[in-house]
Design a protein around this ligand. Structure first.
Ligand SMILES: Nc1ncnc2c1ncn2[C@@H]1O[C@H](COP(=O)(O)OP(=O)(O)OP(=O)(O)O)[C@@H](O)[C@H]1O
Ligand SMILES: [Mg+2]
Length: 301
């Protein structure tokens, strides 16, 4: 309370509402969405298709403005895109004419004018990614380190069309991490990958995040993925999009999670409870009932 309020959360969504007016039609995409994300936390957002997940993420990224409410990062209002927030999309969004390494270090070129620091001490080993700089030589070292961590060294000079989907998404994640964003926003980043590649990506991302200690907001359709990766899962319900429930995942810490965990009774119980909430709030049940009625009638006719 009062002037010296302590800000503990990295991200705060405060009573966010979004209305789209397009072609005489109004869509209430979000209403009164509020939640906090603590520094270093991994929060997943799940919910039925069309319930406003991407819209919410785009507002937090500053790519879309909210109709009501506000987004705070470290207690400061978000007014547009900034380097403190990086976004990874489902469709890789790489530059097709650049090599893997050039895609990763692309933002270095944008940063040069902003920072006068260059030509740092030569020959200094980088102990961890979190300890290296971004602009100038530090940035170049960090790009190479991320390339290595993501297992992309062998394809550093390849172009995106020569890569598999999993590799392309690893490039996109490396590029997003390069500038050390405070917040990593991911919109179904593994949605286009097959099940096996997804599993590899899950373990990779948990490992990288344990090293990097970023704050993550991660949108997915896949409840198993959400439970495996996240500290908390937010269920967004449609009509208009609002927070239905927030689940704390009390599984072992990220680095101790292995694929076997997905078969444990505790994991399956949380997954099933969350799926139950999505089904209950999505209108899917009434869609299915309508379909059943329709099929029954067709059979009579
Ligand atoms: N630019 C836009 N103009 C008009 N309506 C929009 C726009 N963007 C999104 N919407 C509408 O807002 C609602 C939420 O869309 P959004 O893409 O955020 O849902 P989503 O939860 O990400 O869906 P999915 O799971 O299918 O990706 C939908 O009804 C959609 O049609
Ligand atoms: Mg979406």
């Amino acid at each position: 309370m009062g002037g010296g309020e302590v800000v503990s959360e990295k991200l705060a969504a405060r009573a966010l509402g979004k209305r789209f007016d397009a072609g005489g039609r109004t869509v209430e995409a979000l209403a009164d969405v509020s939640f906090d994300v603590a520094a270093g936390e991994f929060v997943a957002i799940v919910g039925a298709s069309g319930c406003g997940k991407s819209t919410l993420l785009r507002i937090i990224a500053g790519l879309e403005s909210a109709t009501t409410g506000e987004v705070l990062v470290d207690g400061r209002g978000v007014v547009g895109p900034d380097r403190d927030r990086a976004m990874v999309f489902q469709d890789y969004s790489l530059y097709p004419w650049l090599t893997v390494l050039d895609n990763i270090r692309f933002s270095l070129n944008l940063r040069v004018n902003r920072s006068a620091k260059s030509g740092g001490a030569p020959g200094v080993a980088v102990p961890s990614i979190a300890g290296s700089g971004v602009a100038g030589q530090g940035g170049e070292e960090r790009a190479l380190l991320l390339l290595e961590l993501m297992g992309l060294e062998k394809v550093r000079n390849a172009h995106p069309h020569q890569l598999s989907g999993g590799m392309r998404q690893r490039v996109a994640i490396a590029r997003a991490l390069l500038a050390k964003p405070q917040l990593l926003l991911m919109d179904e980043p593994f949605g286009a990958l097959d099940a096996q590649t997804r599993e590899v990506m899950h373990d990779l991302i948990l490992h990288i995040l344990a090293l990097e200690q970023r704050t993550i907001l991660f949108v997915t359709h896949d409840v198993e993925e959400a439970v495996y990766l996240a500290d908390r899962v937010i269920v967004l319900a449609p009509g208009p999009g609002h927070v239905d429930s927030i689940w704390r995942i009390t599984l072992p810490p990220a680095l101790e999670r292995t694929q076997d965990l997905k078969l444990s009774p505790q994991f399956l119980a949380i997954e099933s409870d969350i799926l139950g909430r999505i089904r209950a709030t999505s209108g899917l049940q009434s869609d299915l009932e309508a379909l059943r009625r329709l099929t029954a009638r067709e059979m009579i006719l």
